[in-house]
Design a binder for this molecule. Structure first.
Ligand code: SAM
Length: 245
């Protein structure tokens, strides 16, 4: 029900939602926010709150749901909040966790952060959306808000190799061998080079590009993960579409 709950929450806030349209139903493929059908956008009074960054797709919400059935983080950190779609999903899926997401709050991400906090308040979610820039603001925020420990991290901010690697280095000191890392857009934004580097450095984790997710999420799965936790993530990588790392 996670996707349905998300839709309901944003509809209750007065938004129309465009999300996860089959590519077969689109005239062309585009990742321009007013044309993209793959990811999630919310619109009210003609304003698209995802213009500075769309939300994750249904397949990626399902990944969060799948993971949450077997993995119980107490702290979750997100880099790149936009209007809160993935942050709200992570919070609904992990009700025992404290979730903190940061964003530089440029363009529509500024009202997006306010909306995220309003939604969290209205629905009693343990979620805080904060203005913050990765990598420089990460240490202070993680120490203050999460006691310096991250069990699950969702990185979805500036999609360049340099920025993705910097985001990883910023969170890594607060993670541990059992932390699960998810990097959105690795395949679609072609940040596979930095993901490959990250995966090679992480001797405690296995790297996998999840080709059954809409963006090709990069996952770092703890080597110590029980079989069911590994399966809840690995099911999203297609054996006919392996991205070599
Ligand atoms: C694709 S959107 C995030 C979408 C969100 N994760 C979701 O699925 O609902 C990317 C966001 O990253 C933010 N961003 C870009 N660079 C950043 C940085 N260095 N630190 C924090 N946020 C950043 C942008 O403002 C934008 O809102």
């Amino acid at each position: 029900m996670l996707f349905a709950k998300l839709v309901d929450i944003y509809q209750q806030a007065g938004f129309a939602i465009r999300s996860s349209i089959s590519p077969f139903m689109l005239k062309s493929i585009s990742n321009v926010s007013h044309e993209d059908g793959t990811f999630t956008y919310i619109v009210k009074d003609g304003a698209n709150y995802g213009a500075h960054g769309g939300g994750i797709s249904m397949s990626e919400v399902y990944l969060i749901d799948s993971l949450a059935s077997v993995f119980k983080p107490t702290t979750v950190f997100g880099i790149g909040c936009s209007f809160g779609w993935s942050s709200v999903a992570l919070t609904l899926a992990n009700p025992a966790a404290k979730v903190v997401a940061i964003d530089i709050a440029e363009g529509t991400s500024a009202p997006g952060l306010d909306l995220t906090n309003e939604v969290a308040k209205r629905h009693g979610l343990n979620l805080k959306a904060l203005i913050g820039r990765s990598p420089e603001d990460v240490p202070a925020i993680v120490e203050r808000e999460l006691g310096g420990r991250i069990d699950l991290v969702f990185i979805d901010a500036d999609h360049t190799d340099t920025a993705q690697y910097a985001d990883f280095r910023a969170v890594a000191p607060y993670c541990h061998p059992s932390t699960v890392y998810l990097f959105h857009d690795v395949y679609i934004c072609q940040t596979t080079a930095s993901f490959k580097r990250i995966a090679a450095e992480m001797v405690t984790h296995d790297g996998l590009v999840l080709t059954r997710t809409a963006s090709g999420i990069g996952a770092l799965i703890p080597k110590s993960a029980p079989a069911e936790l590994r399966a809840s993530i690995a099911a999203f990588a297609d054996p006919f579409c392996v991205v070599p790392l």
